[in-house]
Design a protein around this ligand. Structure first.
Ligand code: ZN
Length: 232
């Protein structure tokens, strides 16, 4: 079966520490937000996306993202932002990671769909309340057993049944090259109330909240440590 034991909190600070091993890629990361802003501006669909962005920016700030998981292990950098791309629109954020790296469930929710197509490749949609999170280009195939659909990636020990709930941080798949992609990465899409949201907005808010939480717990640790020193 899948992997309920591996659902410890995989936070953005941890992911960024991994990213620090690749200094150039960290620069890419820091450049992401201004990049997504400079690419805004022309098309009708973009106007709609901006409206969604404003609505969801508010949503990002009112939510508590401290238990959300960064969606991929061995993160190397963002390779394509949410926004217009060529003649179309890129409804997600691309996160590069070596092939075979585990993908982690961003937020506790139910697997509502697993499928295969020529674009997304092998894909997963997980629903968490009004949010839907989409994972594309993952390894493995969709198989039906006793009327139930599963994403199966034998090499990664993954068996993901449609309809099952997974906690945030669970390993749900591995980075692959299925569908239309020129290199191994996770295409990560987010929808709120049926509208696409720029995942970078959510990651930024997660980062702020989780960094704050981390420094609070470090302070607590220091206090405990100091009082032990005094009492001894
Ligand atoms: Zn993409």
């Amino acid at each position: 079966m899948s992997n309920p034991g591996k659902n410890f909190l995989y936070t953005l600070p941890i992911a960024l520490k991994q990213g620090l091993r690749h200094p150039k890629r960290k620069l890419l990361l820091l450049g992401l937000i201004p990049l997504s802003i400079t690419t805004l501006g022309i098309k009708q669909e973009l106007v709609e996306a901006q409206e969604a962005k404003i609505t969801n920016q508010q949503t990002a700030y009112i939510n508590n993202w401290q238990n959300a998981s960064f969606p991929v292990e061995n993160f190397q950098g963002y390779t394509s932002p949410f926004g217009p791309r060529g003649r179309g629109f890129h409804y997600g954020l691309d996160l590069a990671a070596p092939k075979g790296s585990y993908i982690r469930n961003w937020w506790t929710g139910k697997v509502v769909e697993v499928w295969e197509d020529g674009r997304c490749g092998t894909g997963i949609v997980i629903q968490s309340g009004s949010w839907e999170h989409v994972y594309c280009h993952v390894q493995g195939r969709v198989e039906t057993r006793s009327g139930r659909r599963y994403l199966i990636d034998r090499g990664g020990g993954i068996m993901l049944p449609q309809g099952q709930v997974f906690p945030a941080g669970s390993r749900i798949a591995r980075v692959g090259m299925t569908g239309r992609t020129s290199g191994p990465h996770l295409h990560w899409g987010l929808k709120y109330g049926g509208r696409w949201v720029d995942p970078a907005l959510i990651l930024r808010e997660m980062y702020t909240q989780q960094t704050r939480q981390l420094s609070r717990s470090e302070n607590r640790y220091m206090v405990t440590y100091n009082s032990e020193v005094v009492s001894n």
